[in-house]
Design a protein around this ligand. Structure first.
Ligand SMILES: Cc1ncc(COP(=O)(O)O)c(C=O)c1O
Length: 386
């Protein structure tokens, strides 16, 4: 079998986990948790990092601490794993869906257009003309580890009091290489950024997440909310409703070991991307989605685009054929504005997302993918062309 995306744990993971076991520091207190947070700060340049149980929880807490309240609206892309959309719902807020660009990221032009045409400012409060709700935040998602083009969104959001919470769950280690954001890491541009260390990500803790921010008060609030909002640790006084969203020391130990290898992993993933791309470009009707040239992306996940007419077979048939020979592929996520809980929510001029959804398959991209695996996938794609 060739899986889509599985962990690679051949560094110091075992050694560090053993240290947790031997020392019996296995729960949510322990030095690896703070080390993991410091290491993420050192990598990304963020001033503060707060570890938590997963990326979805990180998004929920980040949205809450930037001030999203029940009844507010949050702008989200329709093309994303559903987690940021669910995080908006958990807070009782409403998603407003945006289209995507060629890199599967939020369509910045349409988002700017939406804010300029559909949102009015009453004082510093942004109000959606149609729904009369406050637009409290925007969640750009750096899809597949590709940097979303955030620069054009920054001042327009800031002027209107719309907080940016970056969903960098798939994008750790990627940074802008050109333009005004040059050298800034994904996750550090918005008021808060969130990472996931789920098992399918470029680095993993089994399950885990992190919130990063430059604002000390927000970091403190994130730490407070993720530990049950404990105001008096001895007497158990809780003045707010918090969550048990803490990461354990064992998970953090794995994360520390994984982070040590992130750059190496990115290089491997980039090389595998290039191997796929060189071979796929020879096949008429197939195209490996490019990554944006204004960033050093992390190449977490690769997107194969199938032109059914030119290739002679569509995405669904390919998916089935690969499943039959135990090569795991995945269609692009179902557009979120078409998911049942979101059918009544506002969706703004969505077109590209539908087009890309029809023709995109994610193909195996694990770090331990072998040359023979890539050759096998390519061999099938060439053989099956009609
Ligand atoms: C874009 C995106 N956002 C959020 C998440 C949620 O992360 P987690 O699975 O750690 O909750 C994921 C991944 O799983 C993701 O891919």
């Amino acid at each position: 079998m060739i899986p889509l995306s599985v962990p690679h744990l051949s560094g110091n993971e075992q050694k560090y986990v053993e240290q947790c076991l031997v020392s019996e520091w296995i729960s949510s207190a322990g030095s690896y948790v703070s080390q993991f947070e410091q290491d993420v700060c050192a990598l990304t340049g963020a001033a503060y990092a707060v570890a938590c149980i997963n990326g979805t929880a990180a998004l929920q807490v980040a949205l809450r601490i930037v001030g999203v309240k029940a009844g507010d609206e949050v702008i989200v892309p329709t093309v994303t794993f559903i987690a940021p959309v669910n995080a908006v719902h958990y807070l009782g807020a409403e998603p407003v869906f945006m289209d995507c660009d060629d890199y599967y990221n939020i369509d910045v032009e349409k988002t700017v257009e939406f804010i300029e045409k559909e949102v009015v400012c009453v004082g510093k409060i942004a109000i959606n003309r149609r729904t009369k709700r406050r637009v409290a935040a925007l969640v750009p998602v750096h899809v597949f580890g590709n940097a979303a083009n955030l620069d054009p969104l920054l001042s327009i959001c800031q002027d209107r009091g719309i907080a940016i919470v970056e969903d960098a769950c798939e994008g750790i280690g990627a940074f802008y290489s050109k333009g005004k954001l040059k050298d800034r890491y994904l996750g550090t541009i918005g008021t808060c950024g969130c990472f996931s260390f789920n098992g399918n990500k470029i680095i993993t803790t089994g399950g885990g997440g992190m919130i990063v921010t430059d604002q000390p008060a927000l970091a403190e609030e994130a730490g407070y909310l993720t530990t049950q909002a404990k105001d008096d640790a001895l007497r158990y006084i809780h003045n707010e409703i918090g969550y048990n969203f803490r990461l354990t020391n064992i998970q953090a130990a794995i994360g520390v070991a994984q982070l040590e290898r992130l750059n190496e992993f990115i290089t491997i993933k980039k090389n595998n991307f290039l191997s796929y791309r060189n071979a796929i470009e020879d096949v008429i009707g197939l195209h490996l989605a490019e990554v944006p040239g204004y960033a050093e992306n992390n190449y977490w996940m690769y997107a194969l685009q199938v032109d059914e007419d030119e290739y002679g077979m569509g995405r669904e048939e390919l998916l089935k054929r690969f499943a039959d020979i135990k090569i795991e592929m995945r269609p692009l996520w179902h557009p979120n504005h078409l998911q049942r809980p979101n059918l009544e929510k506002q969706a703004y001029r969505i077109a590209k997302a539908l087009e890309l959804h029809k023709k995109t398959l994610n193909i195996p991209c694990s770090i331990n993918l072998k040359k023979e695996d890539i050759d096998r996938v390519i061999g099938c794609l060439k053989r099956w062309k009609k």
